[in-house]
Design a protein. Structure first.
Length: 256
């Protein structure tokens, strides 16, 4: 199998870019396959719009000059304006792209915006409508699978990541009902979020890293939260559980 064929048929892949703030972003770049399916879906929708309109306009005798102007405008609106209109209003997506779960963004990961959308679709007239092999060659040989329009506009097409639903922290991980209630008025919401994240993920941490992180969090809590007699002897993770439960209790009607 040739390298060109392998590139044309490759699946979506990960690519990274560095923003001006020196933050490295990783994106799942949409390959030729998913973009081709999106194009097919959009083309079917365009044909579905054009056919009834043209049937009505051409139902009578050969069209006169006015009808030809109307037909030309309709063809322009449906065949070209379809893409920039949807990509601007739907934040980088057409119906076909939404069906495939892909989206146009700038190469720095930001939303494409109106100007890049217009540029990439102006070039579409050449590299998709007139000479489609140019778009295929460009996507095969560019690192981010960009067609000529993307290169001109500084955009790329990425696959949207499906984020897992946030898990609910079990009440047992916040301590036991019999645990004492501590004064957590000195804690902020951000402090609680850190504690909650540790309790939710501690089982997946390396044992050494887990102990070190628990020790750091507990040392900070002992300085922020007034301790009851014997509180200094509490194990680090037990203290974190009690403090988290006490903080949560401030915002619920239930005891503890």
């Amino acid at each position: 199998m040739s390298a060109v064929y392998e590139g044309a048929m490759r699946a979506d892949y990960a690519a990274s870019t560095v923003t001006p703030e020196a933050v490295q972003l990783h994106a799942d770049v949409a390959g030729v396959g998913s973009r081709s399916i999106a194009l097919i879906v959009d083309t079917f929708l365009q044909v579905g719009l054009l056919v009834p309109i043209l049937v009505v306009l051409l139902a009578d005798a050969p069209p006169d000059t006015a009808e030809l102007v109307v037909i030309s405008v309709v063809l322009f609106l449906v065949l070209w304006l379809y893409y920039p209109a949807f990509e601007w209003l739907w934040r980088g997506q057409t119906p076909g792209k939404r069906f495939q779960g892909i989206r146009v963004v700038r190469t720095d990961g930001q939303p494409a915006g109106l100007a890049p959308v217009l540029v990439r679709n102006l070039v579409r007239i050449v590299d998709v409508m007139m000479l489609p092999f140019l778009a295929l060659i460009s996507m095969v040989f560019t690192r981010r699978s960009q067609r000529l329009g993307d290169l001109a506009a500084g955009t790329m097409v990425v696959r949207e990541r499906t984020l897992p639903a946030p898990s609910i922290l079990a009440s047992g991980e916040l301590g036991r009902i019999s645990d004492p209630t501590l004064d957590t008025t000195g804690l902020t919401e951000r402090d609680y979020t850190v504690l909650r994240t540790f309790l939710a993920r501690r089982a997946s941490l390396d044992a050494v890293a887990r102990d070190q992180l628990a020790a750091r969090l507990a040392a900070r809590l002992r300085a922020q939260v007034p301790q009851q007699p014997g509180g200094e002897a509490l194990p680090n993770e037990r203290l974190i559980e009690i403090v988290a439960r006490s903080y949560r209790g401030r915002f619920t009607d239930r005891p503890g």
